[in-house]
Design a protein around this ligand. Sequence first.
Ligand SMILES: Cc1ncc(COP(=O)(O)O)c(C=O)c1O
Length: 397
Amino acid sequence: MNESALLANYSRAPVRFVAGDGCYLIDENGRRYLDAIAGIAVCALGHAHPGIAEAVARQARQLVHASNLYYHEPSGELARELTRRSGFARAFFCNSGTEANEAAIKLARKAAYRRGERERNRILAFSGGFHGRTLGALAATANPEYKVGFAPLPEGFGWAPFNDLAALDAAIDERTAACIIEPVQGESGVHPAREEVLHELRRLCSERGALLIFDEVQCGMGRLGDLFAFQSVGVRPDLLTMAKALGNGLPIGAMLVDGSLADALQPGDHGSTFGGSPVSAAAALAHLCIRDELDLDTHVREVGAHAMTKLAALARALPSFVEPPRGRGLLLGLPLREPVRAAAVADALREQGILVGTAGGNTLRVAPPLIVSTEEIDRLVDAIGSVVAGMGAHATK
Ligand SMILES: Cc1ncc(COP(=O)(O)O)c(C=O)c1O
């Protein structure tokens, strides 16, 4: 590999991909890999989907960029589709998940400021939560390892323990501008928020005048079996952030805003040169249209349930090395027990032509394209089983 001019801020696997095809990535030697991580929960419709490719090509021939100084059709149409499907009032577009969360944090503070509540500027997040790498989203992220060497970070952020109903009451007060939570935490190891915790969080935010932000960057856009994660968990936030799968691989993020907040950001308050650019918005629109045709929500629920059953059976078969799976829909985590290490299992699977992710707490992360079949899930889980069994047997010899 001769990629020495790239900044060394990722630990990349030694593979160079040249093409994609549905649930498969193809390397420079023509080898096909079953992709069970989908570019980290991005390519919901799989790779090189002809409908996305066509929409991107058509839009690129027509108009690539005009800036947010003017209107153009794809972003207006995408805002209309997202608000219609979610019941939210307005959409703001950006380019990534971290930017969507920056927008939500800024909007929450500005909304309080406009109401004259100048002391209400604190953002409450939760242990294990991950919200992005830019300074504001990083400040909201709990894990201190991501922050080493980047101080000083923006002030006004605090954390409550995740999934701890009793801790919420003391954590939210008249200085809390917003609470931000992932309905299913991804990076921490795939931990779903308990529904009673989300309900109580909603109740306390409403009672105490704080906004509730759902970070659906990883768990949204159909991954839990409904288009929006809030629909799967049955709790409605005030602000919703998304990115990753929205453009099926084209860079686009969004913040959806409840009607009561539609005027919180005024011209000049926030912006992005590329946010909601025509090509990315056209890809997102095509994504929404294609997922309807495929009845993807039903498919995700069925295949997700099948995957969960298979992974649970694997955990029962190999209890010394595998813990019960966690997650929902097609965002699944399989915690492993030392001496078997998730990173080593992911490497061994890759050598067999299967791609999975890892997440916190020695966990394998499974987030395939949402079009994945039950046969592909069977192949994946069988391969995980034989790799883990082999490594476990070797380590305990
Ligand atoms: C829940 C969550 N929020 C925010 C982000 C940041 O998104 P991006 O990498 O697009 O900035 C991620 C990325 O993994 C995420 O999982």
